[in-house]
Design a protein around this ligand. Structure first.
Ligand SMILES: Cc1cc2nc3c(=O)[nH]c(=O)nc-3n(C[C@H](O)[C@H](O)[C@H](O)COP(=O)(O)OP(=O)(O)OC[C@H]3O[C@@H](n4cnc5c(N)ncnc54)[C@H](O)[C@@H]3O)c2cc1C
Length: 474
């Protein structure tokens, strides 16, 4: 794919954040180009834990079925010492699906597969990625952004999104600072390895004394849908990782009962230092930071990829409303207002999990995230306040609330009330009624945003019209 001027949005980076954003923009009819410096999609399993809230997002983007088919349950950790199994140590309490939370299990799927699925979806939506295009320069004025690439090509767009990862070039070019701390002094190695003789029933952990944060910790997690395991290992502070296949084999042989020759293949390897850091701003003029470009974190608790995809999901509909529906530019400020506090919470959570100070559970599943105190929330009714996630549930015709929400539109849910609706609601707002009381909502009117959060709620329609105006639905 050649780089050409895009009328609307340039997305820099084809990681999970950039691909999810491009899918969301395409289905809103927004012209988008993804520029990726690598020649192909990222090949490693890195962010393999998909949280329930992200599965809901991917359901709306039309790829949840693929993710479920190619993934599997997160295996239960098996503790090993001196070649003996010490027993299983579940990471979290099992939870059953409910009507309100149909996807409530975290799911394991290698990051490369998630990216492949999102990329295929983007192509089906008519979008594309320009591979081998490294952004090296960026300037902006009041109406557009100009980007320059290592290839010498240049292009302009109305907005740009930095989805170019933790070492974001765009963030540096914008002069936006990233502040934070090392989560642990131990460097970590991560690799995809094939070990035919090791069973795939458990996440095998050959632990040091302090779990994930320990410099002698090593874990091998079977990756569903593949014959590989993801290796994650801590190294003693100050040591330099040997990322060659022989180095990875040697590490496994030194920390486990397995021999180096048991490792048939090392498909990918990398190292990193767990850090928790947050960008000072998520918006600089016409440029937005999303995903790891805006927040980096420990992999413990599996929050990074999930938070990155959800950044994209929050930004997508807002860009769509401004570009296609004439919403005020101020709507785009609410991206930082809503997502920066969420990222800050997530950083604290993954750091505490990394340090063994908190367990995985309700919070890591991300279903309870709320924008209640954010800049777009208005009103409350029944059991919910504006800003809360809209729960799923049954509808009278045998479909579900999620069926009604799926797609780029807004939905006005009239739950167990005959409160009158304003005349002349815009066509982008679909009205659905549930005459029977349903406890997760209670009684009231609930305007659900395209990203599945309640924007406005009330016992009657007072205030609804002005909320709609604020998002370009006059
Ligand atoms: C060991 C490990 C385990 C993890 N486990 C989990 C987990 O279980 N769950 C979870 O949620 N998260 C996990 N994460 C975190 C997750 O991998 C990241 O949060 C996620 O990849 C962020 O996605 P992104 O799209 O923001 O950035 P990235 O995936 O980093 O993608 C950025 C893209 O931008 C491209 N790029 C960079 N610079 C430029 C440029 N100048 N021009 C053009 N393109 C550019 C890069 O090549 C890359 O393709 C883990 C991370 C690690 C290291």
């Amino acid at each position: 794919m050649e780089l050409n001027n895009v009328k609307d949005v340039l997305v820099v980076g084809a990681g999970p954040a950039g691909l999810a954003l491009a899918c969301d923009l395409r289905r809103r009819g927004v012209e988008v180009l993804v520029a990726e410096k690598a020649d192909a999609l990222f090949p490693g399993s890195r962010g393999k834990g998909m949280q329930p809230r992200t599965l809901e997002v991917l359901d709306d983007l039309g790829v949840a079925r693929d993710v479920l088919t190619h993934g599997g349950r997160i295996p239960v950790p098996m503790m090993w010492r001196d070649g003996e199994r010490l027993g299983e140590r579940p990471m979290f309490e099992p939870v059953e699906p409910t009507e309100a939370e149909p996807y409530n299990l975290a799911w394991a799927i290698p990051q490369w597969r998630t990216q492949e699925i999102l990329h295929a979806r983007l192509l089906r939506l008519g979008g594309s990625v320009a591979f081998g295009e490294e952004l090296t320069g960026l300037t902006q004025d009041g109406t557009s952004v100009e980007a320059e690439f290592a290839s010498g090509r240049r292009l302009s767009a109305r907005y740009a999104v930095a989805a170019d990862g933790g070492r974001s070039t765009v963030r540096r070019l914008l002069g936006v600072a990233m502040r934070g701390e090392d989560v642990a002094p131990t460097p970590m190695v991560v690799a995809d390895v094939r070990i035919p003789g090791l069973d795939r029933d458990n996440w095998h952990t050959f632990a040091g004394e302090d779990g994930d944060g320990d410099g002698t910790f090593l874990a091998l997690c079977p990756l569903p849908g593949t014959a590989d395991f993801q290796l994650a290992a801590g190294l003693p502070p100050g040591s330099a990782p040997d990322l060659t296949p022989d180095g990875i084999r040697g590490l496994i042989a030194a920390r486990t009962h397995l021999a180096a020759s048991d490792v048939a293949e090392v498909a990918w390897s990398s190292d990193f230092r767990p850090r928790a850091a947050l960008a000072d701003r998520f918006r600089a003029g016409r440029v937005f930071l999303a995903g790891d470009a805006a927040h980096v974190h420990s992999p413990a608790g599996g929050q990074g990829l999930n938070t990155s995809v959800q950044d994209a999901y929050n930004l997508g509909w807002k860009l769509g409303q401004v570009l296609r529906a004439g919403a005020p530019d101020a709507l785009l400020d609410t991206y930082e207002g809503e997502r920066r506090p969420v990222a800050a919470q997530m950083l604290g959570l993954s750091t505490r999990i990394h340090r063994g100070q908190e367990r995985r559970g309700e919070k890591t599943r991300q279903l309870g995230l709320t924008y209640r105190s954010g800049p777009l929330a208005s009103g409350a009714a029944g059991a919910l306040a504006a800003g809360d996630r809209a729960p799923d549930g049954p509808m009278p015709d045998g479909t579900t609330i999620f069926d009604a929400l799926r797609g780029p539109h807004f939905t006005l849910l009239r739950m167990a009330t005959d409160a009158p609706l304003p005349d002349g609601l815009p066509p982008a707002v679909r009205v659905r009624e549930q005459p029977t009381a349903y406890a997760p909502y209670g009684k009231g009117l609930f305007l659900v945003r395209p990203d599945g959060y309640i924007g406005w709620a009330g016992e009657d329609a007072g205030g609804l019209r002005s909320w709609l105006e604020s998002v370009g639905l006059a």
